[in-house]
Design a protein around this ligand. Sequence first.
Ligand SMILES: Nc1nc2c(ncn2[C@@H]2O[C@H](COP(=O)(O)OP(=O)(O)O)[C@@H](O)[C@H]2O)c(=O)[nH]1
Ligand SMILES: [Mg+2]
Length: 416
Amino acid sequence: MKLFTFTAQTPSEALKKAQRSCGRDALVVSTKQIRKKSLTQESLYELVVAVEDRVVLKKERSSPKAIFDEEILDNISQTASQLSKLEKLTQPLEATSKKGSFEKVGLEIKNDEFKQIKDDIGSLSDKIKILQNMLWNENESAKKLSIPPEFAEIYRASKESGIETKHLDEIMSQTIELMPPYMKNNSQTIKRYFHVLLKKMVPSRVEKEISHGEKKIMMLVGPTGVGKTTTLAKIAARYSFLKYKNKVGIITLDTYRIGALEQLFQYAKMMKLPIEDVLDTIDFERALENLRHCDLILIDTVGSSPYDKKKILKIANFIKHTDRQIDVNLVLSASSKIEDLKDAYKSFSFLDIDTLIVTKLDETRSFGNIFSLIYESKKPTSYFSTGQEVPDDIEVATGDFLVKCLLEGFASKAYS
Ligand SMILES: Nc1nc2c(ncn2[C@@H]2O[C@H](COP(=O)(O)OP(=O)(O)O)[C@@H](O)[C@H]2O)c(=O)[nH]1
Ligand SMILES: [Mg+2]
């Protein structure tokens, strides 16, 4: 048996010190005040504990990590049992406190000091409750597959991006379940793994040069003001001179608004591209015929509210009328709410959408809405429009770009 002495300003402080240093089997031998409180000095208490030799030896032999773990557990269980002993002791103390001393337990403590001990015990017991809750919560979260601390950072970033909770929880539980265990305790590895997983969840369509003899017709549809005409001009520039040397022609079905017509004619003139305006399906066939020498024909359409079925039907009528293959691209703005994006997608999906073009990435900080729409619709994205400048502000859509925007923000120049 070995005796250890600990001193502190209060008995409970001394007890805490003893608990930190000695194990489960340590017993409190005595507690006494060795210095009274004065104007210049705090009071001092001495606590003597006894520890069996084999316990000391066992602790000395353990590895530093083992001692650390054991100490945490010892602290909780031992403190709890010490406290209950002390609490039992305080009852006779309270009963006898009127006498002014506590000979029964060998403590020379006055009434006001006794109150201090009681307060200290109270706060210590609160701390134990917190520790117990923490342990309990950890066990619970493991059972329910909730978020381990290492995943918290990535979870918070994704949540802030506005991804729908059900999607985020799905992705999280998959990551937690599928990720190799050795990778799970490093938040950087988790971030990389999560990034790869997110990328796989948002399909994209790679832009390709149109080979000789191949003909492609792309139609841009979508709500009013999302950037259909501007994006069409950017794509026309990419294919006709910026990226490729394809022959490009333009057709516009948006002939109602003078301004809209002028806008596109102006772009066509600047890029020296042929342009046809079309009023009805007969006109449409004639325009397609006139542009038969083009590798790529880009068709601009009138913007339509998702709730204006008539306008969408009219566009459908043009598509149905020709037996040429038309690639339908739904243009949506990243600055729209998820509910509006879903409504627009639902209304236009009637046109058999091939790809999504997302505009106005520069106007938002949260990309989770776009992520959720792409994930749910399973439609690949083809372009991201990142500003008003024609022809520069456009990016070929990739999952990598979107996920970087999502987790780091657009300002981080995701397109590096
Ligand atoms: N900030 C920003 N504005 C854009 C973007 N794309 C288009 N716009 C602007 O949105 C407005 C409507 O564009 P427009 O192409 O006429 O839309 P449309 O009605 O769908 O054809 C114009 O002022 C464009 O300059 C973009 O990616 N970012
Ligand atoms: Mg337009």
